[in-house]
Ligand binder design. Structure first.
Ligand SMILES: [Zn+2]
Length: 122
């Protein structure tokens, strides 16, 4: 007997996950969508919302320089979105050194197979 597999729609789903967050119905604090309780007041009454995709680099965990003779970097970091929550991110930029904390970035898309969303300088 043959088993029919449903086509996977992982990429589209990952994209939605990257920018989803929860907002507390009581104190309006934003929190990561993986949390089930508000981190400020502890309420479980959370509404799901989507981020606009703009934020600033919170802290950097690593930088990869390309081997080519161009000044491009891939910086793995956390981006603090304007709505008030933080997501793991990869920032690609034309730069020589890592972008400093506080640099404004915007969502550029998603890297298939990676959890981190792709951002570029705003
Ligand atoms: Zn709350």
């Amino acid at each position: 007997m043959l088993q029919t597999l449903q086509p996977e729609e992982k990429t589209a789903e990952a994209g939605q996950d990257a920018l989803r967050f929860r907002r507390c119905a009581w104190c309006r604090s934003a929190t990561e969508h993986t949390r089930t309780l508000c981190r400020v007041c502890g309420s479980s009454d959370l509404d799901e919302e989507r981020s606009q995709g703009s934020g600033a680099i919170g802290w950097t965990t690593g930088v990869v320089h390309t081997q080519e003779l161009v000044h491009r970097i891939r910086q793995t970091c956390f981006v603090a979105l304007d709505e008030g929550f933080t997501v793991p991110a990869t920032v690609e930029a034309q730069a020589i050194e890592a972008l400093p904390t506080g640099t404004r970035v915007r969502l550029a898309g998603l890297v298939p197979g990676e959890k981190a969303a792709l951002f570029v300088p705003a």
